[in-house]
Design a protein around this ligand. Structure first.
Ligand SMILES: Cc1cc2nc3c(=O)[nH]c(=O)nc-3n(C[C@H](O)[C@H](O)[C@H](O)COP(=O)(O)O)c2cc1C
Ligand code: SF4
Length: 345
């Protein structure tokens, strides 16, 4: 073996160790740094089918599962919350942590469409409605805690309702939820504050944020740094940095920028299914956790295969988006063009 090869061999081994180094956040010990990010399944998470889908990912060795974006309105159903406790038990039994992503969309329960500022299809949300939403985030979190989840993630990303408040392009309000950066942060900060006041100390609180919008024409990475550091002050435990575009090169760099502004762990996501990429991101200290999305749909056993040096056996996601995003758009349960078992575990 040439000296160069020896160096690469040891370097790669050290990187693999970093991927599988446990991480304790508050009282939760994650067995490794691999996260399954929230991904809508259209399976209805209160069903046995969904439990089997998530159980398979936990069996495959992932450290933490973030259950798909779930409307905060759903938590008003007792049956739904009872079914959630079956899901958390199922995943815990296989050794993974489990949190759930909480989502507020633009459509109210009465069918009306709202936005930070009026558009052709939406009216401006009132201050009272925003306050009610923050309260619902807190109530849903406390019910998720009762259902045995280790925490929640606030969905503040991808130009959805909450993220729109942060954007100077979409938010033209002149009340305490719009205008200056300080005021545009208030909805997100208010959600985190309301949740933290309502849950036990050990309950984890994540926030998913998109680092820049509209190709930098809206808010900037500098604005996001200020926001993330304020979220940390409110008691946030992890920031999940999720750029909207599919430019996998810049994703880790954004996580790195945010990581410099906070002390809490940072998740990098997007195009990380190449094991070398995730390993490099962790060993260069650009993030603390790596989220593998479509890679874990295609092969739930990605973590175990990487750990055991069986990377060649991984069923690769080819980024066709055919049966995951494709099915989601058609409102049918997701599957995978590379793995027909997905959805029938
Ligand atoms: C089918 C599907 C559903 C998704 N649903 C959500 C969601 O509910 N909430 C969210 O924040 N992101 C969602 N995402 C985005 C993923 O969490 C992830 O950020 C994205 O797939 C990029 O990671 P990847 O390149 O590893 O797949 C979804 C992605 C897919 C493929
Ligand atoms: S359907 Fe295509 S993009 Fe989606 S997980 Fe499978 S291989 Fe990846």
């Amino acid at each position: 073996m040439m000296s160069e090869d020896i160096r690469c061999f040891f370097h790669s081994k050290e990187c693999t160790l970093k991927l599988f180094r446990p991480l304790t956040i508050r009282k939760l010990k994650l067995r490794n740094r691999i996260v399954m990010p929230p991904m809508a399944t259209v399976m209805d998470i209160s069903t046995l089918r969904a439990r089997k889908y998530y159980r398979e990912r936990a069996r495959g060795g992932v450290g933490l599962i973030i259950v798909e974006g779930t409307s905060i309105d759903k938590f008003s159903s007792v049956e739904f919350v009872t079914a959630l406790s079956l899901l958390s038990k199922t995943v815990h039994k296989e050794g993974s942590g489990i949190i759930i992503q909480l989502f507020q969309g633009s459509k109210l329960q009465n069918g009306e469409m709202v936005a930070p500022s009026a558009t052709e299809v939406s009216r401006e949300a009132t201050e009272k409605e925003i306050e009610e939403m923050m309260e619902k985030f807190a109530t849903s979190s406390s019910l998720a805690q009762k259902a045995g989840f280790d925490g929640v993630e606030v969905h503040g990303a991808h130009t959805y309702f909450l993220n729109q408040f942060f954007s100077p392009i979409l938010n033209h309000r002149d009340d305490r939820f719009g205008g200056s950066l300080e005021k545009r942060m208030n909805f997100g900060l208010g959600c985190v504050r309301a949740i933290r006041e309502r849950v036990k100390e050990e309950f984890l609180l994540f926030y998913r944020h998109t680092p820049v919008d509209w190709n930098d024409r809206g808010y900037t990475i500098g604005d996001s740094n200020v926001f993330c550091s304020r979220l940390e002050e409110e008691g946030l435990d992890v920031i999940d940095v999720s750029p909207s575009s599919d430019d996998s090169h810049s994703h880790v760099e954004y996580a790195d920028e945010i990581k410099k502004a906070v002390r809490i762990p940072v998740i990098a996501v997007g195009g990380m299914e190449d094991p070398q990429k995730g390993k490099r991101a962790l060993s260069s200290n650009k993030c603390d956790l790596v989220a593998i999305g479509r890679g874990l749909i295609a092969d739930p056993y990605w973590p175990i295969k990487v750990k055991e040096g069986r990377e060649k056996e991984i069923i690769r996601c080819i980024k066709c988006n055919e049966k995951c995003y494709g099915n989601l758009i058609k409102d049918i349960p997701i599957s995978c063009a590379q793995n027909r078992n997905v959805g029938f575990e």
